[in-house]
Structure formats: structure tokens, C-alpha cells
Design a protein around this ligand. Structure first.
Ligand SMILES: Cc1ncc(COP(=O)(O)O)c(C=O)c1O
Length: 359
């Protein structure tokens, strides 16, 4: 029997999020940390698994212990914080809470694709505001879009994925005060730039800041993210949160990761050094145009991006390409990994470009 299409009519054209799997030596396509979970934390988790919690009970639905640790770090109250199964889940929850059928959701272009995806899942209409020619934020573009579309949600990502550009906190404050709706500031890459809108939650009750344990902290596989907002906004968002959204093991791993800020600081410092080296090296290659980045990745433009992408794959280097995105045609995004791999990356790119020129 032929399966009837039961899917909602408006979702029939949606393309599910998919990642490609490649054999590779350097996986630099998802902005993950190149470093493993420190051995002492793994040992602690293993010992707790053997001697303590056997996971027969549901997790703490509110992740109170983790929220308390985060509250201490941010000098806030646990009521200002919600934990998600990755910040990705929080984007979904926030969109569901504030945007419904036909509502507009304003998203940066280029930007993180999941924000418009979740808007569509909610039945809302994602609308873009453009970054400028060099992929920097332009506040007047955002203001124009706010006035034209009157959205329910304004998304800002700082540093922005995939461009690496940031929006100054003073501009975020200005926009949040001006806009009668929810402003989501995604700070997934905060640690690599150090500029945050978190303190604005005291002044802007309509502001949510997202953070993740997946990038600088390096436990992407365990799926932990969190949001920070005024208590009143957090209470509203809580209504759209699934009850046991973060499992006990991941909650505990996240708590333990917070206990070693010195390890993270050292790792972030190395990644920033590697980023700055790689940026200079990319800038020095003929035919490569990198964009300055305050995150753990660099976006760059090349001629014949598809061929360069495939050339890198052949050398075992997987970067992100943006098939089907006109604005990112011939652009590739590379995650910053270990400094010792940078020379191989640059040499590989130089070889590929030299071959292309010969054609
Ligand atoms: C800007 C941005 N936000 C959110 C996420 C999702 O991160 P996670 O769900 O792992 O916390 C990503 C992942 O790449 C991202 O780039």
C-alpha cells in the first residue's frame, strides 16, 4: 500500500538537518573542540557510574545542581537559567514559546540555519536581515527589518556562525530596548571573544542569552546548553520545555566540566592563538579571502569553492561548505583545531589552489 503523506502541508518542502560523514584525519566542519574530556573528569564519571547512580530514575527535570553552579558563575539566581539538550534545543523551545502560525521570526543572513528551521517547524515565517558585504552586522538593516516585518523574535548570534562577526553589546542593548518582542542572543562561541550580553538581562526583560557546553567546553556529544534571561521570561519559556530534557549523565558531566575552569582557559587560549595564526596564513594565500573571526572557526572565500572543498576532502580535511546557499557560494568554514595541524592545512590548500590555477 502506498503511504499517504501525513506530514503538515507547510513542512513538505523542509529539508531535514543532515551532516555528511567522511573518512577524515581532520574533522573541522562542526566547530567542535579538538580536545578530549580531561582524564580526571572521565575517571570521576566512570567511578560514579560504577559506584553510584545507575540511572534507573529520571533525571532532575530542572537540573538544579547545574543551574546553581552556573548561577554562581554568572552571579545570578537559578531562576534566571534554563538547561537544554544543547543550546539547539533551547532555540527550538524559545521559538515554540513565542512564535506561532504566521508570526515572523527575524534571522541574520548568513546565519545559523537552525533558527529559521525552528521558525518553520512552529508554523512561523522566518525572515532575514542581511549582514553587510563583509558580513558585519548593520544595525540599520536590523531596524529596517524590525519596522517592516514586526517579528515576534529577533535572533542575533554573536560571534555569528558562520561569519565570526560580532554585534557590540551597546547595539544589542539599543535593539532590545527598541523592540517590543523577544531578543535571542546566541553566544555559543562566547569564550573565544569574551564579549557578552548577559549583564543586560537586568535591564532588558525581553532578552535571552544562549550558551553551550559544546564548543569551548568541549562536550558536544553530551548535549548540554543553557539560557540566561530575566526570571519572568524564563518562567514563560519553561512552559515550552519538555520535562526530562537533559539526562542525568550529561548533567553530571557538565557540573564536573565547570569545576576545572583553568583547563578550559588554557585550551581556549591555544585555540585563539591557532585561529590568529591560521587567519594570517589564509590571508597570505593568493586567491583566499578570509573574514576576521572572533569564534573558533574562520569563514573564507575562494574561487571554485566546490573543487577546493573536494580537494581538502581528498587530503583528509573536512571543512563546512554551504551547498544551496547563494550568499555563501564559494565560501568554506574551517574549525580551528590544534595549532600543530595548521601547517598541514595551509600546505594542502596551497597545493590545491596551485593545481586549480594550472587548469
Ligand atoms: C550559533 C550556534 N548556536 C547553537 C548551536 C548548537 O549548539 P549545541 O546544540 O551543541 O549547544 C551551534 C552549533 O553549531 C551554533 O553554531
Amino acid at each position: 500500500m502506498m503511504m499517504k503523506g501525513y506530514l503538515r502541508e507547510d513542512l513538505k518542502g523542509i529539508k531535514p538537518y543532515q551532516t555528511e560523514k567522511h573518512k577524515c584525519t581532520l574533522k573541522l566542519d562542526a566547530n567542535e573542540s579538538p580536545y578530549p574530556i580531561p582524564l580526571e573528569i572521565r575517571a570521576q564519571l566512570a567511578s560514579e557510574l560504577l559506584n553510584g547512580n545507575d540511572y534507573h530514575q529520571y533525571p532532575d527535570p530542572n537540573a538544579d545542581r547545574l543551574r546553581d553552579l552556573l548561577a554562581e558563575i554568572h552571579q545570578l539566581n537559578r531562576d534566571n537559567i534554563l538547561i537544554g539538550n544543547g543550546s539547539d534545543e533551547l532555540l527550538h523551545i524559545i521559538t515554540t514559546a513565542f512564535a506561532g502560525w504566521g508570526d515572523k521570526v527575524l534571522c541574520p543572513l548568513p546565519g545559523f540555519s537552525m533558527v529559521s528551521y525552528y521558525a518553520r517547524l512552529a508554523g512561523a515565517v522566518p525572515v532575514d536581515y542581511r549582514l553587510n558585504d563583509r558580513f558585519q552586522y548593520d544595525v540599520s538593516e536590523i531596524e529596517k527589518a524590525l519596522d517592516t516585518y514586526k517579528p515576534k523574535i529577533l535572533h542575533i548570534c554573536s560571534p555569528n556562525n558562520p561569519t565570526g562577526s560580532t554585534l557590540p553589546v551597546s547595539d544589542i542593548y539599543y535593539l532590545a530596548r527598541r523592540f517590543d518582542g523577544v531578543v535571542v542572543v546566541d553566544e555559543a562561541y562566547y569564550e573565544f571573544c569574551g564579549k557578552s550580553a548577559v549583564s543586560l538581562i537586568h535591564l532588558c526583560p525581553n532578552l535571552v542569552v544562549l550558551r553551550t557546553f559544546s564548543k569551548a567546553i568541549g562536550i558536544a556529544g553530551l548535549r548540554v546548553g543553557y539560557m540566561i534571561s530575566s526570571k519572568s521570561l524564563a518562567n514563560e519559556i519553561y512552559k515550552a520545555k519538555p520535562p526530562y530534557n537533559v539526562n542525568s549523565f550529561s548533567q553530571r558531566a557538565a557540573e564536573l566540566m565547570l569545576a576545572h575552569p583553568e583547563i578550559q582557559r588554557e585550551r581556549v587560549k591555544k585555540i585563539i592563538e591557532a585561529r590568529d595564526w591560521l587567519y594570517q596564513a589564509l590571508d597570505g594565500l593568493r586567491g583566499v579571502d578570509p573574514y576576521p573571526s572572533e569564534a573558533n572557526f574562520i569563514l573564507f572565500k575562494v574561487k571554485q569553492g566546490d573543487l577546493v572543498y573536494r580537494g581538502l576532502l581528498e587530503k583528509g580535511i573536512v571543512v563546512r561548505h554551504f551547498e544551496g546557499s547563494p550568499i555563501l557560494k564559494n565560501h568554506l568554514r574551517i574549525t580551528i583545531g590544534r595549532a600543530e595541524d595548521n601547517k598541514y592545512i595551509i600546505q594542502s590548500l596551497a597545493d590545491i589552489l596551485a593545481n586549480l590555477e594550472g587548469w
